[in-house]
Design a protein around this ligand. Structure first.
Ligand SMILES: *[C@@H]1O[C@H](CO)[C@@H](O)[C@H](O)[C@H]1NC(C)=O
Ligand SMILES: *[C@@H]1O[C@H](CO)[C@@H](O)[C@H](O)[C@H]1NC(C)=O
Ligand SMILES: *[C@@H]1O[C@H](CO)[C@@H](O)[C@H](O)[C@H]1NC(C)=O
Ligand SMILES: *[C@@H]1O[C@H](CO)[C@@H](O)[C@H](O)[C@H]1NC(C)=O
Ligand SMILES: *[C@@H]1O[C@H](CO)[C@@H](O)[C@H](O)[C@H]1NC(C)=O
Ligand SMILES: *[C@@H]1O[C@H](CO)[C@@H](O)[C@H](O)[C@H]1NC(C)=O
Length: 482
């Protein structure tokens, strides 16, 4: 979909050609008339609050249950991670105000430069670029890294099936979404097979029904207490009236219960796992407990240490909830969900966090840790989380990245070139079925933030995570298929 270079002066014949393409596209698209920039069907501000999505750091707007929606979630959380660089646990303090904590961190550990390689050059998406393995091949590559340390594990999350495809997030309040049918056509035209909806939007769920697209659906923050204190019947009703009434359960892979609840909404933190238990029982009564899994997207602030990854540890502030959450995930063979934004790590400490390392660039200094080599911040954070989980005694839980991205405007480091490098770097890992150094054969399931820009967040860049423009053209250059 490279069409639509509106402003660029084009030779007449080219313009004509584009016009013809456009026409064709509009005929094909069910809702042709909507293709114009966003007719925004404004999403009703239900009670639903957060959905994070954007990586906006400021996130924590405490919107809490308030329908305000805004990004509260993830975004904020994501911010914190930065701190992690520093091994200093201090970061934990941040809680609110997201961003705030810039821990001193220091990227010290990284040894000498090296030709990394593996991480292909993110930039130009030419398939086959860098890493050599053609992305297209999807799966196979995984085997590449022979050194697997115990990969086995329960790949719970059904990762295997999803391996090789990247998901995309959308649907946050404040986001001006085009009509559902337009969205569905957009997803299909790019071969996007997995989406994360921040909240259950009936019209979107219904439009997705029958498409085969796999869906992760958010359970809004402000419903958690209700689900936690209600019985199985209450939870069953919630499932039916919010999700099952609109879409075939076979398309739903996960319920993402709340978003970054641990960081922002301390008042309902204690309701999280009980709500998940109740939802599990409700799913069980429908025979859906193995096909629809439950988890809860965490902000990376749950980690007090990420560098070096082998020192990964949870912030003691959240252990009280993390421990029962891990037990629930382990018992139900579900993945832990985390929102990761190396962009935030970088902007919070640009002097010490190397930009190239965040962008998977080949010329970045790799980080050597415990005999393993890291070529990108993304991998560092995933492995730090795996280490932290193991420290708590749960070795079989896999990590799913439920939100990651790089904004294209609103900050000195937010450019389309950087966004392209980052997104391509992440996508190549997924398309190649690559795991992380710690679990090379266990691909990490990833959801990119976000489908479109959204009018949310306190920071300007939080509005610019969109991968697509509202006319359906790509906002970030991505040269491989999703
Ligand atoms: C929000 O939820 C409350 C109680 O759950 C309900 O009474 C109210 O109608 C809801 N508001 C909207 C806009 O749905
Ligand atoms: C919701 O937000 C509004 C303003 O945004 C605030 O006045 C109200 O107190 C909030 N409600 C809750 C329950 O936090
Ligand atoms: C992509 O690869 C083709 C051949 O493999 C090459 O000709 C082309 O220059 C590459 N494009 C970029 C942007 O690297
Ligand atoms: C697994 O990784 C650990 C370090 O995380 C290493 O000490 C151990 O030797 C590895 N085991 C195998 C079988 O590679
Ligand atoms: C892999 O993990 C399993 C349990 O998780 C353990 O029993 C086994 O010894 C491990 N193998 C290696 C090589 O570490
Ligand atoms: C979903 O679509 C299928 C047909 O593909 C239909 O049978 C089913 O009733 C639909 N489910 C819902 C909840 O609309």
């Amino acid at each position: 979909m490279a069409m639509m270079h509106h402003n660029s002066p084009l030779p007449p014949f080219l313009s004509l050609f584009l016009l013809a393409l456009l026409l064709l596209a509009s005929i094909l698209a069910t809702d042709a008339h909507y293709k114009a920039v966003c007719h925004c069907y404004k999403q009703p501000v239900h009670n639903y609050s957060g959905h994070d999505d954007k990586g906006g750091q400021s996130g924590d707007d405490t919107s809490g249950d308030n329908s305000s929606g805004s990004d509260s979630d993830s975004s904020s959380s994501s911010s914190s991670p930065s701190s992690s660089f520093a091994s200093s646990p201090s970061s934990s303090s941040d809680d609110n105000t997201g961003t705030s904590d810039h821990s001193s961190s220091s990227f010290t550990s990284s040894p000498p430069p090296s030709s990394s390689s593996s991480s292909s050059t993110g930039t130009d998406g030419n398939k086959s670029s860098g890493g050599g393995d053609d992305t297209s091949s999807s799966l196979p590559s995984s085997s590449s890294s022979g050194s697997n340390n115990n990969t086995s594990q329960s790949s719970s999350s059904g990762g295997k099936n999803n391996r090789g495809h990247v998901g995309v997030c959308f649907g946050q309040a404040g986001e001006k979404l085009p009509p559902p049918s337009f969205i569905v056509e957009l997803l299909k035209s790019h071969g996007i097979t997995k989406v994360r909806l921040f909240i259950p939007i009936p019209s979107v769920l219904n439009a997705l029904n029958g498409t085969g697209i796999k869906i992760m659906v958010g359970v809004p923050n402000n419903n958690i207490a209700h689900l936690s204190t209600g019985g199985v019947d209450t939870n069953l009703r919630w499932l039916k009236s919010n999700i099952l009434a609109f879409v075939d359960p076979n398309q739903v892979t996960y319920l993402a219960v709340d978003n970054e609840i641990l960081i922002k909404e301390t008042g309902i933190m204690q309701h999280l796992v009980p709500a998940m238990n109740n939802l599990y029982k409700a799913l069980q009564s429908l025979g859906l407990q193995t096909t629809i899994k439950l988890s809860s997207p965490c902000g990376s602030q749950i980690l007090s240490t990420v560098m070096p990854p082998s020192a990964g540890a949870f912030s003691s502030n959240y252990l009280e909830v993390i421990r029962p959450l891990l037990k629930f995930l382990s018992d139900t063979e579900a993945s832990i969900m985390v929102n990761l934004y190396p962009f935030l790590n970088f902007i919070q400490d640009p002097k010490n966090v190397p930009l190239n390392f965040c962008l998977f660039k080949e010329n970045a200094k790799k980080v050597l840790d415990n005999g393993m080599s890291y070529f990108g911040m993304f991998d560092v954070m995933v492995d730090a989380l795996l280490v932290a989980i193991e420290k708590e005694g749960f070795s079989g839980i896999s990590v799913m990245v439920t939100g990651t991205g790089w904004p294209t405007a609103g900050n000195f480091a937010a450019t389309t070139a950087h966004a392209s490098d980052y997104i391509m770097g992440v996508m190549e890992r997924v398309l190649n079925g690559e795991g992380t150094p710690k679990r090379p054969n266990q691909p990490v399931e990833v959801y990119l933030s976000s489908l479109f820009n959204a009018n949310i967040g306190e920071q300007e860049y939080e509005k610019h995570y969109g991968l697509f423009n509202f006319d359906g053209s790509l906002a970030v250059q991505v040269n491989v298929s999703f």
